[in-house]
Design a protein around this ligand. Structure first.
Ligand code: TYD
Length: 242
């Protein structure tokens, strides 16, 4: 199948989900598919994607950095995201490229807003300020239960970071917040069961991205770039009950 070519401006796609959902695998497959079709793809991740962002990543994820309270944690993720947005995402999209980001704002709303109990609305506001209101054109949510996520992480050899090593209840709150965000904005989300085979997930992602690209091509000339206005509703301000 031939993909429509990317009109300028490009596209911003984020992959989200709980730890162990398989985002990195899908980000790699999507990047490969788009590149093979002739698109220029920028594959990136959060926290990270810039020199300052990678330093902040170690600070906030590695064990043994001393006490990092919830507000400090939320601000570190938001600071890394501010740099990532202005240095990487916005310029790439302006060049007509496709950005595939492993995590974005939804992760902060889910982990810090719901998981840490800071409030999803407040964390969303903080991040809309940090990114000047930039939301992805499409967010792919790989939905995983805390139990499945944990057993997938245990199966891999990688040591758990500060967030991954939180108990299952924390991850259950996060899952609910992700699903609430997607339910509130179905037009810009694709929600998939992370337990499906990787090839099936990749096919579903491909189908949806093709649709977005086709729609973008149809409106080429009138497109204004990635969605500049975020959700009008938040996932709710109470931790664990978005
Ligand atoms: P991730 O890169 O998915 O982990 P891995 O390197 O194991 O693939 O994400 C790192 C962790 O950071 C993950 O537990 C989720 C957490 N996180 C937040 O809590 N808030 C955020 O805003 C982001 C981007 C990540």
């Amino acid at each position: 199948m031939t993909l429509p070519s990317a009109p300028a401006p490009g596209l911003f796609i984020a992959l989200e989900g709980g730890d162990g959902a398989g985002k990195s695998t899908q980000a790699a497959l999507l990047t490969e598919m788009l590149a093979a079709a002739g698109h220029t793809v920028v594959r990136t991740r959060e926290p990270g994607g810039t020199p300052v962002g990678e330093k902040l990543r170690s600070l906030v994820l590695d064990h043994g950095q001393g006490e990092i309270d919830a507000r400090c944690e939320a601000l570190i993720f938001a600071a890394a995201r501010a740099a990532h947005t202005v240095q990487v995402i916005v310029p790439a999209v302006a060049r007509g490229e496709i950005v595939v980001s492993d995590r974005y704002i939804d992760s902060s709303i889910a982990y810090q807003g719901a998981g840490r109990g800071l409030g999803t609305g407040e964390v969303q506001q903080l991040n809309e300020w940090a990114t000047e209101g930039l939301w992805p054109d499409l967010t792919v949510l790989l939905d995983v239960s805390p139990e499945d996520g944990r057993s997938r992480r245990t199966a891999s050899d990688a040591a758990e970071d500060r967030l991954e090593s939180e108990p299952d209840g924390f991850h259950a709150d996060i899952r609910r917040a992700f699903l609430a965000l997607a339910a509130a904005h179905p037009e810009r989300y694709l929600v998939l069961d992370a337990g499906l085979p990787a090839a099936d997930l990749a096919a579903a992602v491909r189908g949806r991205v093709l649709g977005v690209l086709a729609a973008r091509t149809a409106t080429a000339g009138t497109a204004t770039g990635p969605t500049a206005i975020g959700p009008t509703a938040t996932a709710g301000d109470t931790a664990g009950s978005p």
